[in-house]
Design a protein around this ligand. Structure first.
Ligand SMILES: Nc1ncnc2c1ncn2[C@@H]1O[C@H](COP(=O)(O)OP(=O)(O)O)[C@@H](O)[C@H]1O
Ligand SMILES: [Mg+2]
Length: 345
């Protein structure tokens, strides 16, 4: 019997469109001899609708796919799904919320559980855990919207004490939305307010001068397995890996494998597995690091549902490690079906 796999995409986060593109990729590559994919879209207003195929997506002002608000709402009992593949990025999807729903429904699902998803999503909670497991992180502080409203001068003084340049970003977001590089005190208010547009909790960090290297961790037979390492190189005029650099104008290069000595690559792969295990991840995670000129390695973040189009970093790293996009999808589904279920496991 073919397994009925619910491919869930869209959602309420600012990464709605990227999620739809990931779903389109998975629908193209999923092994239809073994699985029956059922496409479910979550609209930007939070409605769950049935879609026949990726052709049912409508387009936003930039021509990117979105889940149409006018679709027919789904009924889980009629769909008779065996497994869920939540291809959702950011809050309300990558953060433990939908994982909690699946646990309540007793439905197996691809990827990390409730706790790992939630902790990885919130950089202010994840960082001290990484540090506790011996991974270096950038120094930083959290700026809550309420404190900012109450005493801006005090917050600015605390932020400035970190030294410049700085990065200001939402604690729980993705795709670099609401993230800015801050070079002087005068730029702090606009940066904090931009971050607070996405999250009442902003994270301020010292800017790390280093290369951005990424590792894709995949659970194979219950074991966290690291891919080869890739490097993102961002070209001028982008000062960092911002939203446009990520998705639009070809202003980044992706080196696979990264041009780094084997000894360092192996250290990065080991660190990626450590981060995966530190948070108790399952299924998959992309772990992003900074590598300084002195070969100091700092973890930036871990994404429990990284971009998953056929040209996204995670599938590309596995492709280069010998596993095709289609085989990767099968691997994720199989490990989700094999895993013991339940919130205490
Ligand atoms: N502390 C930092 N030092 C240097 N660059 C940073 C720092 N924090 C973020 N960046 C830059 O901003 C990008 C987005 O930040 P990140 O924390 O990865 O957020 P997101 O979850 O939106 O991807 C990074 O890929 C990097 O280019
Ligand atoms: Mg990132």
């Amino acid at each position: 019997m073919k397994k009925r796999v619910a491919i869930i995409c869209g959602g309420r986060s600012s990464e709605h469109q990227i999620s739809c593109i990931s779903a389109r990729g998975v629908l193209t590559a999923i092994d239809r001899d073994s699985f029956d994919p059922i496409l479910i879209g979550i609209t930007q207003s939070g409605k769950w609708v049935a879609l026949n195929s990726a052709d049912d997506f409508s387009k936003d002002k930039d021509g990117l796919p979105v889940v149409p608000e006018l679709g027919i709402e789904i009924s889980w009992s009629e769909l008779k799904v065996d497994l869920a593949f939540p291809l959702l990025h950011g809050p309300y999807g990558e953060d433990g919320t939908i994982q909690g729903l699946f646990e309540m429904m007793n439905l197996p699902y691809v990827g990390s559980g409730v706790l790992a998803s939630a902790v990885a999503m919130d950089k202010t909670f994840a960082k001290p855990i990484y540090a506790d497991f011996g991974l270096k992180v950038a120094d930083g502080i959290t700026v809550h919207k309420s404190d900012w409203a109450q005493n801006q001068a005090l917050e600015i003084a605390k932020i400035s004490a970190l030294g410049f340049p700085l990065f200001v970003k939402p604690a729980r977001s993705g795709s670099s939305r609401g993230t800015s590089k801050v070079k002087s005190e005068g730029d702090i208010p606009a940066a904090i307010e931009a971050a607070h547009e996405h999250d009442p909790k902003a994270l301020v960090e010292v800017a790390i001068k280093g290369r951005e290297v990424e590792c894709a961790v995949l659970e194979i037979d219950g074991k966290a397995t690291a891919s080869i390492i890739g490097e993102i190189r961002v070209h001028e005029p982008h000062e960092f890996y911002d939203f446009e650099a990520k998705y639009f104008d070809g202003s980044t290069s992706f080196d696979v494998p990264a041009n780094i000595p084997e000894k360092i690559s192996n250290q990065i792969r080991q660190a990626a597995v450590t981060a995966f295990e530190a948070l108790g991840c399952e299924g998959l995670a992309r772990v992003d690091f900074f590598l300084t000129d002195e070969n100091e390695l700092l973890i930036n973040e871990l994404n429990t549902m990284p971009g998953f189009t056929n040209s996204s970093v995670f599938p590309m790293l596995w492709q280069a490690s010998g596993m095709s996009y289609g085989a990767l999808i099968t691997q994720l589904i199989m490990s989700a079906l094999q895993r013991d279920r339940g919130v205490v496991r």
